[in-house]
Design a protein around this ligand. Structure first.
Ligand SMILES: Cc1cc2nc3c(=O)[nH]c(=O)nc-3n(C[C@H](O)[C@H](O)[C@H](O)COP(=O)(O)OP(=O)(O)OC[C@H]3O[C@@H](n4cnc5c(N)ncnc54)[C@H](O)[C@@H]3O)c2cc1C
Length: 395
């Protein structure tokens, strides 16, 4: 590594992390990606291995088995994993960011000492369940309820689209899920939302279905979860009643930042694919990169990728697991880097012609995977709404 400061690898530790993840990706992630996408399977064993590399609890509290690293480290891990397999990376994100980072920032010492070590070493794989069949962007429209009865909460409702919600095709649930549920009304009249940590063996909790036939991200499992008089002991409430909005706020920035980082991995891989193909493929007696239209695909992609990359890493700079307290740029990077990645993958397909349209050449999978980034973790329209509201508020 040269000594020049770079926001992409601000410290030697970041550079070492990048090299380590890139090496693992080449050896272990790349060889399985095509098969797991084609068969719509989640590679649980590979996921567990990320624990021994310190990646599952990458930003988690190091007093409880986490790696205690910053948001830049999380961005590096997501960018490198997505270079080969965004579907697998989405499962990694759902565990390491939606569950583990959230849990590490927001859970009390009792829950953390009991579960964070397993979440970090890969023996405990989990998920986060906010979305419902009838409420996604409109989070406060959720209808899953939790009612305190004695020393237990009774949860009723359904959660939809939950990444890692099941671990296989037989409906085996994740080891534990952070679940958001309505516990009453705030004094303002708004629904009061509370977070619960539901373990797989809690009575009344089950997997409704594994959602099949997804366009992309097929290397991750997506499930519907069912809570039918599900019994959750009081000690498994995370924080106090009504704390969910704070939990969401503290976790949202790093969630969106790492989803944007996934876009960077997709774009870099697509760019690499189109550059090398355009150098090898000849038409009309010359390599196709000699054609101006192909040059435009390549050069526009490079410049757009670099612009998004600078924005993502600049936003990550110095950010801790709780974010920065200002969501504008985490919404902003997701708005920019996700669509950029879809466009770059699209151009890569075009540059590869017929070959770009089949699985073996990877870019069609990246294009399918990229589309999810415009929806999951907040739709493009939600980011547009948030950024505009915040800019108007700050006038
Ligand atoms: C593969 C996959 C994995 C996922 N993983 C998880 C997970 O692990 N955990 C989890 O909780 N959720 C997960 N989700 C759910 C995801 O976060 C939601 O799909 C997303 O938030 C959008 O919600 P929705 O699908 O209900 O769409 P809706 O919110 O119903 O939106 C439909 C359309 O209306 C638009 N819209 C809605 N409100 C507005 C508005 N105010 N202004 C303008 N336009 C608006 C939306 O932008 C969108 O275009 C996942 C989804 C998928 C597909």
């Amino acid at each position: 590594m040269d000594n020049k400061f770079s926001i992409f690898n601000p410290t030697e530790e970041h550079q070492m992390l990048r090299d380590m993840v890139a090496g693992f990706v080449k050896e272990e992630v790349e060889p399985q990606a095509l098969e797991y996408d084609r068969d719509e399977k989640f590679n649980l064993e590979l996921m567990r291995k990320l624990g021994s590399l310190g990646l599952l609890g990458i930003t988690a509290d190091d007093k409880f088995g986490g790696s205690g690293m910053d948001a830049t480290a999380a961005v590096i891990a997501h960018e490198e994993l997505s270079y080969s397999d965004p579907g697998f990376c989405l499962a990694y994100l759902a565990h390491s960011m939606l569950l583990v980072n959230n849990f590490s920032v927001n859970a009390g010492v009792d829950l953390k000492s009991k579960y964070l070590p397993g979440m970090s070493d890969g023996s405990f794989i989990g998920a986060m369940a906010m979305s419902e069949p009838d409420a996604g962007t409109d989070v406060l429209g959720m209808t899953t309820t939790a009612e305190l009865k004695g020393d237990k909460y009774i949860l009723n409702g359904r959660k939809m689209w939950i990444t890692n919600g099941c671990l296989d095709d037989n409906g085996t649930p994740a080891d534990g899920v952070l679940v958001y549920a309505v516990t009453g009304k705030e004094s303002s009249g708004r629904p009061q939302i509370t977070t619960f940590f539901v373990k797989k063996d809690f009575k009344g909790f089950s997997v409704g279905q594994k959602i099949m036939d997804k366009l992309g991200m097929r290397g991750s499992n997506t499930a519907e979860l069912v809570f039918e008089n599900c019994e959750v002991p009081l000690g498994y409430r995370m924080g106090e009643e009504g704390d969910s909005l704070v939990h969401m706020m503290k976790n949202l920035e790093i969630e969106r930042l790492t989803l944007a980082a996934m876009g960077l991995g997709i774009a870099r891989r697509s760019l690499d694919a189109m550059v090398s193909y355009s150098n090898e493929r000849e038409a009309f007696g010359k390599p196709i990169h000699k054609f101006g239209q192909i040059q435009r695909y390549i050069a526009d992609s490079y410049a757009e990728y670099m612009a998004a990359k600078a924005y993502v890493y600049n936003t990550a700079l110095g950010m801790g697991p709780e974010g920065s307290g200002d969501r504008k740029d985490s919404d902003g990077v997701k708005l920019v880097a996700t669509t950029m990645s879809k466009n770059v993958a699209d151009r890569a397909i075009q540059v590869l012609g017929g070959y770009g349209y089949v699985g073996e050449y990877v870019v069609e999978r990246l294009w399918r995977d990229a589309k999810l980034l415009e929806i999951g973790g907040g739709t493009l329209e939600a980011h547009q709404k948030n950024i505009t509201n915040d800019l108007i508020r700050d006038l």
